[in-house]
Unconditional design. Structure first.
Length: 250
């Protein structure tokens, strides 16, 4: 079995090193990741300049582009490595709820899924580095099952690991994507030249009114797994739109 690994934090992140270490226990592994932090770039391609791929001293490959670029470069230029599974992460910080729309971590997995390859995106709800042991056990458990029982068709799973010690994990739970209360996220400041400029700030608190979401389950200590789909069609509104179009002539 061959596993391709990517992320959005960059090829030197602690999370991708841990993910590669665990995955190597189950398969031949190749890491192709961004040269620098690409958090929040979503599914963007780099179209205004050429890309390069280089091999680092740690054996990982890095691309001067986005996570989506990395997946495409890996799949189309490395004829010797055709992955059976793609992993993305382990992201430093959670990717839950509507955050998945912006996540480069989820985007890398999404691109592989679009190309017919099963893909899992791993994130840990922590940035302190205190809970890597929890992340290691969670990834090992999931991969052991996935590799022993491969999916009959490509899947896209978003997996979030709670910020608790190993012994405090409550188990694994399938969860829906939650929602956030979006606060004011534009932070103004003055440049050295006196110009008003802006930082994109925090995203706001999660909506905890629904107990069946990834936010609530993760907060309760569960490793959450959310199967994702890319069909954005609003089927409930098809009839409404059809009614709107009645009697409209070209």
């Amino acid at each position: 079995m061959k596993i391709l690994i990517c992320n959005d934090d960059g090829y030197l992140s602690a999370g991708i090193a841990l993910l590669a270490k665990v995955a190597a226990q189950f398969a031949e592994v190749r890491v192709v990741a961004p040269e620098s932090d690409q958090s929040g770039v979503s599914n963007s391609f780099t179209l205004n300049r050429p890309l390069s791929i280089k091999k680092a001293s740690n054996g990982f490959y890095y691309v001067n582009g986005t996570p989506t670029d990395c997946i495409h470069v890996a799949l189309h230029t490395m004829a010797d490595f055709k992955p059976d599974l793609v992993l993305s992460g382990i992201n430093h910080g959670a990717n839950m709820g509507d955050d998945v729309l912006y996540s480069g971590t989820v985007a890398a997995a999404t691109e592989a899924f679009l190309m017919g390859i099963p893909a899992l995106a791993f994130s840990i709800n922590d940035r302190s580095g205190q809970y890597w042991a929890t992340a290691e056990k969670a990834v090992h458990t999931v991969l052991a099952r996935v590799c022993a029982q491969p999916a009959a068709e490509p899947v896209l799973w978003n997996i979030n690991i709670p910020a608790v010690n190993v012994e405090a994990v409550q188990g694994y739970q399938v969860a829906k994507l939650g929602r956030r209360h979006h606060d004011q996220c534009i932070v103004p400041f003055n440049s050295p030249r006196g110009e008003t400029m802006y930082w994109i700030g925090g995203v706001g608190a999660a909506d905890t009114s629904r107990q069946d979401t990834d936010f609530c389950a993760n907060e309760a200590g569960f490793v959450t797994i959310t199967p994702l789909t890319l069909d954005l069609t609003n089927y409930q509104q098809l009839g409404t739109v059809n009614t709107f179009l009645q009697d409209i002539q070209w």
